[in-house]
Design a binder for this molecule. Structure first.
Ligand code: S5P
Length: 271
């Protein structure tokens, strides 16, 4: 089925090209899974694409945690991801003023040249989104910013009042692809979806088929519950890359996310 039909309002009310690109990839792959590829060598990262590429729609990186990073190896890794029909999402969590964020898109890692998506905190104000978009513009590319509206870790300081302010600024900003919400708490996610409205995407970490507490204060909720509560992509890390068989696990997350998404679209159409 065509992406614009399945995604409904999410498609028609989001004008950002990268948002449509994601919705199309998700439909081709029948997967609303973004793999958090938190492995620290280039060989392990490349192996992950080989193992799970067909079952995921996006690959989330932390470019600064790779031990043997080199510009050549990274370029090859990104083109491998693109050949596997994956969006590349650098989870850089930018937080500085607009002009510096623009410069941080270049530098040694040159994020603007390979990332389709990046994360940012809105703590410094809305110019950060313009700065990041200018970064992509500087190299003739397009991308999307995911603003952190909630976090999954215990004790985080993104309290409801702050979340509300991030959403009210971000939902009206054309450069904003969507928001990071907390996948471990479906009730909070429903409130977030209501505030965001139908247009912007919500991507959620803190999701695992084994619900409960993770390492160092991480918390996990179920993939199905997250999608039904309004998430458009589950960000899964250790649930896949630490599994005995990452390919099988990735397929299980893809199936859970896609069937919940179909259920959600059907109930929307039924109303
Ligand atoms: O609130 C957040 C936001 C993010 S982007 N909580 C998170 O865990 N993340 C990221 O999601 C985190 O940086 C990591 O890469 C991933 C979760 O990995 P997992 O192993 O806990 O599934």
């Amino acid at each position: 089925m065509q992406a614009e039909v399945v995604w409904g309002d999410r498609w028609s009310e989001n004008s950002l090209t990268m948002a449509h690109t994601y919705m199309e990839v998700a439909c081709r792959k029948k997967s609303l899974v973004c793999l958090a590829a938190d492995r620290s060598t280039m060989a392990e990262l490349n192996q992950l694409i080989d193992e799970v590429g067909p079952h995921i729609a996006a690959l989330k990186t932390h470019v600064d945690l790779v031990d043997d990073w080199s510009a050549e190896a990274w370029t090859a890794f990104c083109s491998k991801a693109n050949s596997a029909d994956l969006l590349v999402f650098e989870d850089r969590k930018f937080a500085d003023i607009g002009g510096i964020s623009r410069k941080q898109m270049s530098g040694i890692y040159d994020i603007r040249s390979w990332a389709d998506l990046v994360t940012a905190h809105l703590i410094s104000g809305p110019d950060i989104v313009d700065g990041l978009q200018a970064g992509w513009n500087d190299v003739g590319r397009q991308g999307g910013v995911l603003l952190l509206a909630q976090m999954s870790s215990r004790g985080n300081l993104l309290v409801p009042d702050y979340t509300g302010k991030v959403v009210s600024v971000g939902k009206n900003h054309a450069g904003v692809f969507g928001f990071i919400g907390n996948g471990s708490r479906p009730e909070e996610l429903k409130v977030l979806r209501k505030a965001v409205g139908p247009g912007k995407l919500i991507w959620t970490p803190g999701v695992n088929l084994a619900v409960g507490d993770g390492e160092m204060g991480q918390r996990y909720g179920s993939p199905r519950e997250a999608i039904l509560a309004g998430s458009d992509c589950i960000i899964v890390g250790s649930g896949i890359h630490k599994a005995q068989n990452p390919s099988h696990k990735a397929q299980a997350y893809a199936d859970a996310s896609w069937s919940a998404f179909v259920e959600r679209s059907q109930s929307r159409n039924a109303v």
